[in-house]
Ligand binder design. Structure first.
Ligand code: ASP
Length: 453
């Protein structure tokens, strides 16, 4: 059995949904289909999820929401008309959206979640109606039927019982159309995953029904070994391990949500990334281990900006028991997660995603580190990129770090931080943001230009 997930651009219009139908029809193993909200139809278009966030924010601010509701409903109406559905479904969608907008606003986050999730929920209902009309018996299944998630305030994740509950879907007579992106707490409160979270839903479903394969349909033929917007014509990745994919999606490979690997990884279910607009292309396979690509140590290079460094120095830091714990606790108490902690004898850097910081948080952290930890020096530095070189073959390769450092030095950039995880599957360089693209190009030339994949 195959679980497939179709992303926003794959379900953005009637024309796209017809492609989805044909893909599902062409293989009877495709029994469970997770869908996103309608995404962009062109570069200038706006994703329905973004329209919904805008609508929810306006509602919270007491603004006029009528025009915003109409814009969203119109998107679905256009799709319904294009699919030859009568107006029943558009009415259901309009009523549903209005009910959500009139809902409880006492918790802003949950109010926004509820409106945001209507994008996927209503699209799933609409797609199920079309499948039935066009000849595939299909059934919309609500995440209420088992996708149980945790309560606030932690980020949303599926509870273990979700997998048990959803296992029954494998016996469904009809094709299951399941909205991505959200679940319900035990008390029945709707919560969404992070942006791009329909990938996570698909993975949870694949794991719950012990699928043979999880197919993730998007709008590119495959995962590339570097960002094609920066590197000209990068090599296509045919096969990649979970670990490699995890490392690459951490730093900017947005093709597949990094959290989505966990449920399938636990069961060793392979994933393929495929293109709805070109389904016969083989795509990229994400597998537990691989035999291909042994000829090259590096599988991919990613780069992501938006990092800050908390730099702390204190003489004899290395002898002070508990210094690291106390420092990380201060960060924890501001509800901030960290990425890396490279350190020297008397200093340590904590690398964080800048989006988690505010002026107030920074001020409090600096004050506490100075006063409670008696640091000699502490500051925040902003505007860094993390460049990540990833490959299972790196472990067996001598001199790889030297080659990478040389390629970086050729751009004139200074390396602010180097981190090689113990697994040796990745090597991370922290650099000033404005050097990011040049470095990516230089590293790509070093590791890929002479290689045929
Ligand atoms: N529609 C949601 C988003 O835009 C979730 C998804 O498409 O995966 O983030």
């Amino acid at each position: 059995m195959i679980v497939c997930k179709f992303g926003g651009t794959s379900v953005a219009s009637a024309e796209q949904i017809k492609k989805v139908f044909n893909i599902v029809k062409s293989n009877p193993e495709r029994k469970i289909v997770a869908v996103s909200a309608p995404g962009k139809r062109s570069n200038e278009d706006i994703k329905v999820t973004d329209l919904l966030i805008d609508l929810a924010t306006a509602a919270l601010e007491g603004g006029d929401v009528e025009a915003k509701i109409d814009t969203v409903v119109k998107r679905y109406e256009d799709i319904a008309v294009g699919l030859g559905l009568d107006d029943t479904m558009s009415k259901i969608i309009a009523d549903d959206l209005r009910a959500r907008v009139a809902g409880d606003q006492s918790n802003k986050e949950l109010f926004i979640d509820n409106i945001k999730a209507s994008g996927e929920d209503n699209n799933a209902k609409l797609i199920a109606a079309y499948f039935n009309l066009a000849g595939i018996p299909a059934r919309y299944v609500s995440p209420k039927e088992g996708l149980v998630v945790n309560d606030l305030p932690e980020r949303t994740f599926a509870l273990p019982e979700a997998y048990e509950n959803l296992a029954v879907l494998k016996d469904s007579e009809e094709v299951v159309i399941f909205p991505g992106f959200f679940g319900y707490t035990k008390e029945g409160i709707l919560r969404t995953f992070d942006r791009g979270g329909s990938d996570i839903t698909g993975s949870i479903l694949a794991s719950a029904v012990s699928a043979d394969l999880y197919e993730n349909f998007t709008d590119v033929d495959c995962v590339f070994s570097a960002n094609p917007k920066v590197v000209n014509n990068p090599a296509e990745i045919k096969e990649i391990t979970y670990r490699e994919m995890r490392e690459l999606s951490y730093a900017g490979f947005s093709v597949f949500h990094d959290e989505a690997l966990m449920p399938v990884y636990k069961q060793g279910i392979p994933v393929t990334i495929k293109n709805t607009n070109n389904p016969s292309a083989p795509g990229t396979r994400i597998v537990p281990s691989r035999t291909t690509g042994q000829d090259r140590p590096v599988t991919g290079i990613s780069a992501d900006s938006g990092f800050s460094i908390l730099y702390v120095s204190k003489y004899l830091m290395n002898r002070e028991v508990g210094f690291g714990r106390k420092l990380l606790q201060i960060i924890e108490e501001e509800n901030i997660s960290y990425e890396h902690t490279p350190s020297g004898l008397d200093d340590i850097s904590v690398i964080l995603r800048s989006c988690q910081l505010t002026d107030e948080k920074e001020e409090r952290i600096l004050k506490r580190v100075s006063e409670e930890l008696h640091a000699d020096y502490v500051d925040f530095r902003h505007g860094f990129s993390m460049i990540v070189i990833v490959g299972e073959g790196m472990r067996r390769n001598t001199g790889l770090a030297a080659r990478a450092a040389k390629a970086i030095s050729m751009t004139g950039a200074n390396i602010e931080m180097i981190n090689q995880g113990s697994s040796e599957v990745s090597l991370v360089f922290g650099v000033e943001e404005h050097h990011g693209d040049q470095i990516l190009k230089s590293l790509y030339t070093e590791f890929f230009s002479a290689v045929t994949v």
